[in-house]
Every structure is written in structure tokens, then in C-alpha cells.
Design a binder for this molecule. Sequence first.
Ligand SMILES: [Zn+2]
Length: 81
Amino acid sequence: MRRAALLFAAFCCVGMLFSALPRPAAAAASKPAKDVVYVTKSGKKFHRAKCRTLARSKVKKPMLRQDAIKKGYTACKVCKP
Ligand SMILES: [Zn+2]
């Protein structure tokens, strides 16, 4: 029984250690640095970088979301940028 108690104590320590560590990766993922969207050569929509419809297009041009709207592009219905 003593060994089980020791193991339990060890798990508690490890858990506390991990919860105390900062998580920069999660914080960075939640906030995109800029409102950059991507347009294709022939399309009239703008997309997020990870959009699955972009995988088909060889040419994609990054631009700011507001510029894309000014140029007459509309938001993609798949990725909703
Ligand atoms: Zn899209």
C-alpha cells in the first residue's frame, strides 16, 4: 500500500508541474497577427490560408482582408474568413 501512495504522490507532483507551466503555443494560436486572407488568380473569393478549396489552386496571393473587400472579393463560404 505504501508504494501505491508514493506513486499517487508522484503523479500529483507531475500534474502540478505541468499545470504551472505557461503555454505560449496555445496563446499564439488564438490570436492571428494580421488579418491576412488569400485570393486565387481566377476566383472572386478570399480565403483563409488553411482553406481546402485553396489546395486546388496553384496561385494564391496574400492580402489584407480589408483590401480584398475593396477590390470586390467576397468571403469564401467554406472557410469563412
Ligand atoms: Zn475558402
